[in-house]
Design a protein around this ligand. Structure first.
Ligand SMILES: [Zn+2]
Ligand SMILES: [Zn+2]
Length: 502
């Protein structure tokens, strides 16, 4: 068994890990796009290329449908991959939406081609419920493992997200039990792998437990204390753990108070009846914000402002995902389910409006510019690098009555980061070549992250009853990976801790 990485080793994007089960069979875990700084030095075609051999890849397992985990799936299909794609039922429902959008943005606007791709995708996606073991295809081989099964577990990162346990078993006798083979010279049994378990007379320690190997891929783990989705629970056993480390060197602060901060910032911001713009990712963050805004509106029944404020989600993509979040409400956490039980609709309340067509989007911008009423607009992209939020910023950044509220990480070099950095100093920003003076109020609320922080990552490992013999750290910047590796070395001195390399 070995694991090699085709992404998410020099940073956090491009997740794609290959688990070699035996010389004839491997499976991929995720197949994501490289994004942002990690695309530097590669041309557009290069970063999409599937540059590895696919001949022994028997299946793809998808942990969740963020583009940096699934964005290369169309290219995988184009490269000839025809195997099943396993995903949780919710991820399987979301995946076509994500891939459709990715194709439109990055590949083609040709509807016929897009439909063909999606049809092919639909044929090979295998939706699997959480907690259900499923068998993976393994080709025969005279060494390595002969069987593999897998199971999805709640990761609490976005709807449908999972970490995956993969149990490899029935290691070939020739490979693992050579001493036994030579001593007993039972040539037959070396090729009859099923014979290992029933034959108690030979003394190689090939009982099922010892002979199997549990590999766990964390995917992206969610943070504790976030609304809507339950937090991940550690697996019982992980012999080898491949774990993300996005926040391996940081702890999220202010998580418990973020809804309160949201209320206060919005109340101050709408005092002058201007709009409040919140750039947010379509999957996950938008739904969390809606959930918190409904809570605030519900708790502020005596406050006329909150009872009349309009919440606008201007993103057809986000609206689609919100519908999926509602469809899969059986996956919500107990707190969110309790809200439902009170006959409230956290993602579909009366003051919420969603904008679909581009025409309506432009009309809303003009309408908001001419009226005086508290309004919150949530639009993508989360870092203002594109999407409808850009049009709002172009129109409202120079308005002193407007406010921009950041609730997510703004990477260096993005418009979001420039606004966040220069806005409070009375600076300016260039958007599509135009210099815009920032007169709007600029605010940042911390505590919003879809990722586990350092303590969550430590707790996840600490909670594993049968501790890992190997931990491979991926999906993080250098500092984050090293800091987390040090923490794990203190926690598990007998475990081999390594940082993944390509
Ligand atoms: Zn993710
Ligand atoms: Zn990720």
């Amino acid at each position: 068994m070995q694991i090699i990485h085709h992404g998410a080793v020099n940073g956090v994007t491009g997740s794609c890990h290959q688990l070699d089960i035996n010389p004839q069979s491997s499976i991929l875990i995720d197949c994501g796009l490289f994004q942002g700084a990690e695309t530097a030095g590669r041309n557009a075609v290069d970063q999409l290329k599937i540059e590895f051999d696919l001949s022994h890849i028997t299946a793809l397992i998808v942990t969740h449908c963020h583009i940096d985990h699934v964005g290369r799936v169309p290219y995988l299909l184009a490269a000839g991959f025809n195997g099943p794609i396993y995903a949780t039922t919710a991820t399987a429902a979301l995946l076509p939406l994500v891939i459709k959008d990715a194709l439109k943005v990055g590949v083609t606007r040709n509807q016929r081609l897009i439909s063909l791709y999606l049809k092919r995708l639909q044929q090979i996606i295998k939706p699997i419920d959480y907690q259900k073991w499923f068998n993976l295809e393994v080709n025969n081989s005279d060494c390595g493992y002969q069987h593999a099964k897998a199971r999805f577990n709640v990761a609490g990162h976005i709807l449908g997200s999972a970490y995956v346990e993969i149990e490899l078993s029935d290691a070939s006798l020739t490979h693992n039990c050579t001493h036994n083979y030579t001593r007993n010279n039972t040539h037959k049994s070396t090729h009859q792998n099923t014979g290992i378990h029933s034959d108690n007379s030979h003394d190689c320690d090939a009982d099922k437990k010892k002979d199997s190997h549990m590999v766990v891929f964390s995917g992206d783990l969610g943070a504790t204390n976030t609304p809507l989705l339950p937090s991940p629970k550690s697996p019982l056993r992980a012999d080898t753990l491949v774990i993300e480390s996005t926040y391996g060197d940081k702890n999220h602060h202010n998580r418990e108070h973020r809804a309160e901060s949201l209320r206060q910032v919005i109340e101050r911001a709408v005092n002058d009846n201007g709009v409040v713009l919140i750039p947010a990712f379509s999957i996950g963050r938008t739904q969390e914000l809606l959930y918190e805004l409904e809570q605030i509106i519900f708790s502020q029944q005596q406050n006329p402002m909150w009872q009349s404020i309009d919440i606008i989600v201007d993103s057809p993509m986000a609206a689609n995902f919100t519908e999926q979040y509602i469809d899969y409400k059986h996956l919500w956490d107990t707190e969110a389910k309790a809200v439902l039980a009170e006959q409230r609709h956290p993602l579909d309340f009366s003051q919420l409006y969603t904008i679909d067509s581009h025409q309506d989007h432009l009309a809303v911008i003009n309408y908001l510019a001419s009226r005086q009423k508290p309004t919150v607009v949530i639009a993508a992209s989360g870092m203002c690098t594109g999407g409808r939020i850009v049009n709002y910023l172009q129109r409202f950044l120079s308005e002193p009555t407007a406010d921009v509220l950041f609730v997510g990480y703004q990477a260096t070099g993005t418009i979001g980061r420039d606004i966040q950095e220069y806005g409070p100093r009375g600076g300016y920003v260039y958007i599509e070549g135009d210099k815009i003076d920032i007169k709007a109020g600029i605010h940042t609320i911390s505590g919003y992250s879809a990722h586990a922080d350092q303590q969550d990552l430590i707790d996840f490992v600490e909670g594993i009853k049968h501790k890992p013999k190997h931990i491979r750290i991926v999906h993080g910047d250098t500092e984050a990976k090293q800091t987390l590796a040090d923490k794990y070395r203190q926690l598990l001195p007998n475990t081999e801790i390594e940082i993944g390399t390509s």
